[in-house]
Write a protein that binds this ligand. Structure first.
Ligand code: B12
Length: 230
């Protein structure tokens, strides 16, 4: 691993920690010139920074306006890096995903990254935005005939919405129509995924992508087998 790459990733993280937009954009340029994978620059650079800011906020070491400044820097730098994620142009989408942040939660840096990375990988993503009631996920998924429903939650008091969505899908008898994935920074792990009745979870976009591809392949395999048996 090149030393230069680690230095640039650190600069990206520090720029967010110091809410220094100029330093962030300079580090973004350096990352692009050094041909660092833009997704890695986001996940190992900027995201490491925003996590540290979040921890400081959580410990009461910095007030909310500083958290907001750091989030703005993160968003601007992320948007610039996402321009360099190569588009994988496929005639048919790999899969259709409806994605959003659950009701009561306005965090969207993560879902914007998931949207960009999944789109670049060949998915058609309908990002329905933040603060979305359970019904809206279902309505959109039914409307666009989605393969995957993805729900993001970042706070302990909004996590339960992921469970409500799983329950609502079941109640309507359409749970098996969809792959249901849950994620977001505050994700408690495997056990919570099961409680939500979800197929899988991820707290990192690249892991989410790999899991989504595997789940789709599994499902397509199952469908082909059923069709052959008929
Ligand atoms: C940035 C930030 C903000 C920004 C949000 C800006 C924006 N446009 O999103 C602002 C300043 C607005 C904000 C506001 C608030 N925040 Co805030 N925020 C954060 C912070 C620091 C980072 C979150 C983030 O963007 N991370 C970076 C992204 C890229 O990561 P991510 O979301 O996890 O996404 C990745 C993966 O999870 C995955 N992924 C994401 N979604 C999905 C979906 C699926 C289906 C899958 C498979 C994968 C996946 O892929 C992404 C890329 O790798 C966190 C701390 C933390 N450590 O998470 C606190 C944090 C989440 N916030 C917190 C709080 C309390 C708040 C406020 C209530 C503060 C207040 N007093 O007003 C408000 C919330 C208002 C509301 N109703 O939602 C708390 C929550 C505590 C808790 N456990 O409940 C945290 C944990 C901070 C803390 N330590 O106290 N916040």
């Amino acid at each position: 691993m090149s030393v230069n790459k680690e230095v640039i990733l650190k600069k990206l993280a520090e720029a967010v920690i110091n809410f220094d937009e100029a330093a962030a954009m300079a580090a973004v340029s350096e990352a692009i010139s050094a041909q660092i994978d833009p997704v890695e620059a986001i996940t190992r650079g900027l995201t490491a920074g925003i996590k540290e800011v979040g921890d400081k906020f959580g410990r009461g070491e910095i007030p909310l306006p500083f958290l907001m400044l750091a989030a703005q820097v993160m968003e601007k730098a992320t948007n610039e890096l996402l321009k360099y994620v190569p588009e994988d142009k496929r005639p048919e989408p790999l899969g259709v995903m409806v994605l959003g942040t659950v009701e009561g939660d306005i965090h969207n840096l993560g879902t914007n990254i998931v949207t960009a990375v999944f789109t670049a990988a060949g998915f058609k993503v309908y990002n329905i935005g933040v603060d979305q009631p359970v019904e809206n996920f279902i309505k959109k998924a039914e409307e666009v005939n989605a393969d995957i429903i993805g729900a993001s939650a970042l706070m302990s008091n909004t996590l339960q919405q992921q469970k409500f969505l799983g329950e609502a899908l079941k109640k309507r008898g359409i749970r098996d129509k969809y792959i249901y994935m849950v994620g977001g920074g505050a994700f408690p792990g495997e056990e919570w995924c099961r409680e939500c009745g979800a197929d899988d979870y991820a707290t990192d976009v690249m892991i989410a992508l790999e899991k989504a591809k595997n789940l789709l392949a599994e499902r397509k395999g199952r469908k082909t087998k059923t069709a052959k048996r008929k």
